[in-house]
Ligand binder design. Structure first.
Ligand code: SF4
Ligand code: SF4
Length: 93
């Protein structure tokens, strides 16, 4: 059930190359889960910043990580990298 609800981004990449395919893929990425920071748990270590392949995370004022949801592609690498369990994935509307 979960699998059928997951956007078929890889399938689109394999079929890709068309402008329509790219538009659809971009829309699916926008709807996919995005990383979100639990600011009270973040210790501003920067591990998530280093792990993010699209530079979607900054350390805001040296205090806490912040995710740019428009850049986030939902890869979850930041979640794995965080030593404080301060990042989770949140579904978009
Ligand atoms: S889920 Fe991936 S793309 Fe999004 S902020 Fe984390 S590492 Fe970056
Ligand atoms: S890895 Fe975790 S604790 Fe470190 S800056 Fe990112 S969210 Fe904060």
């Amino acid at each position: 059930m979960i699998r059928s609800q997951t956007p078929d981004i890889i399938g689109d990449i394999k079929r890709g190359g068309t402008e329509i395919g790219c538009d659809r893929m971009a829309a699916q990425i926008r709807k996919a889960k995005k990383a979100k920071v639990l600011k009270e748990d973040c210790v501003a270590c920067g591990a998530c910043v280093k792990a993010c392949p699209v530079s979607a995370i900054i350390i805001y004022k040296g205090i806490t990580a912040e995710v740019d949801a428009d850049k986030c592609i939902g890869c979850t690498k930041c979640v794995t990298a965080c030593p404080a369990s301060a990042i989770y994935m949140e579904a978009q509307e």
